[in-house]
Design a protein around this ligand. Structure first.
Ligand SMILES: *[C@@H]1O[C@H](CO)[C@@H](O)[C@H](O)[C@H]1NC(C)=O
Ligand SMILES: *[C@@H]1O[C@H](CO)[C@@H](O)[C@H](O)[C@H]1NC(C)=O
Ligand SMILES: *[C@@H]1O[C@H](CO)[C@@H](O)[C@H](O)[C@H]1NC(C)=O
Ligand SMILES: *[C@@H]1O[C@H](CO)[C@@H](O)[C@H](O)[C@H]1NC(C)=O
Length: 299
């Protein structure tokens, strides 16, 4: 019926489909926070703040003392601590973890609550920046829910980090407050100063040097990702066109109805059997590589 070369088309399309699936999964990775922020044309390089930081805030609650201890790493997941019990720390994939620890005289410390504030799977940051008289960058990361300490209703946690521009600054971050929902941290640091493309940034000279290549990387991976998405879309369109045109062809030339409309129907009927053959072929080659087991296989 159909000319020979055309009957190879479905097989080609099918194999393209299988090849492209793992590619799209691997490329789906640019939603992660990579410590480079660009707001209203201003760029901030937070890689200089990478690494783990622990900051404490102490509240006197006689006869005991409560320590709110925030551990965070902006650019990577926190590592598990060896000397702390598993239930007393956040699980892997956490970037900011708040532990509330109660101390009373000579009694052993007691971890009251462990609150994951930022998780890298749902990091979702929002930014605002001041560029005029007071230069700063505020990042708010939304986190998972944790029961409110008073009402116990699940409350979305967030991490409000304000980086105040201080060209000479190399201070430690300061734990301002935690209200049961939002941790506020303020940090005087160079990283709060925007670095512009070109040379008029001046002060942030070294970060200017580091900026362009990494940004190009980001651009490249993003365009690669969208290229693959585009390829996938074209593939779907090709499939749709193939079935649409094939059905129309069968309909107008043979007056086909129902399943007869499917182009290369005989080929598509064969596909499940072909797959079965491939699988059984693979299985038998695996089995024949381990001939010792052969005698024991129950049939
Ligand atoms: C995403 O990228 C980061 C670093 O860029 C890498 O460490 C991580 O393994 C990647 N994740 C996936 C799922 O590819
Ligand atoms: C914060 O408090 C914890 C728990 O008491 C303590 O282990 C840690 O050393 C403190 N860190 C700093 C930087 O004060
Ligand atoms: C983050 O903290 C700053 C300083 O307290 C505040 O002005 C701002 O509204 C906070 N942002 C959010 C989204 O809560
Ligand atoms: C990515 O590339 C486009 C055009 O190629 C450019 O306008 C844009 O500034 C680049 N983005 C970054 C973050 O470098």
């Amino acid at each position: 019926m159909n000319p020979r070369p055309l009957s190879a088309l479905p097989a080609v399309l099918l194999s393209l489909l299988f090849i492209s699936v793992p590619l799209t999964v691997a490329a789906d990775n640019d939603s992660l926070f990579d410590c480079r922020v660009s707001v209203d044309g201003a760029k901030f390089d937070l890689t200089q703040l990478a690494g783990e930081h622990t900051i404490n805030k102490t509240r006197e609650l006689p006869p005991s003392t409560m320590v709110d201890s925030l551990r965070f790493d902006l650019c990577e997941d926190l590592k598990k601590l060896d000397k702390v019990a598993d239930r007393d720390q956040c699980k892997t994939g956490t970037r900011a973890c708040l532990s509330q620890i109660n101390k009373k005289d000579d009694d052993p410390e007691r971890v009251i609550s462990v609150i994951p504030i930022v998780q890298s799977s749902s990091i979702n940051p929002s930014y605002s920046a001041g560029q005029d008289s007071s230069k700063f960058l505020t990042i708010v990361f939304k986190g998972p829910e944790y029961p409110n300490p008073i009402t116990t209703t699940p409350t979305t946690q967030s991490f409000n980090l304000t980086l105040l521009c201080d060209p000479e600054g190399n201070e430690d971050p300061v734990f301002k407050s935690y209200d049961g929902a939002q941790v506020q941290v303020e940090w005087k640091t160079k990283a709060g100063c925007p670095s512009k493309e070109g040379s008029d940034g001046g002060k942030g000279g070294d970060s200017d040097d580091k900026n362009p290549p990494k940004d190009k990387d980001e651009n490249n991976s993003r365009s690669a990702g969208s290229g693959i998405g585009w390829f996938f879309l074209m593939l779907l369109l090709a499939f749709a066109a193939y079935f649409g045109l094939g059905a129309y062809y069968n309909y107008s030339n043979y007056g086909a109805r129902g399943t007869d409309l499917i182009p290369h129907r005989d080929f598509w009927k064969e596909v499940p059997y072909m797959l079965r053959d491939v699988v059984s072929h693979l299985c038998s080659s695996v089995r024949s590589r381990r001939p010792a087991n052969r005698g024991y296989i129950a049939v």
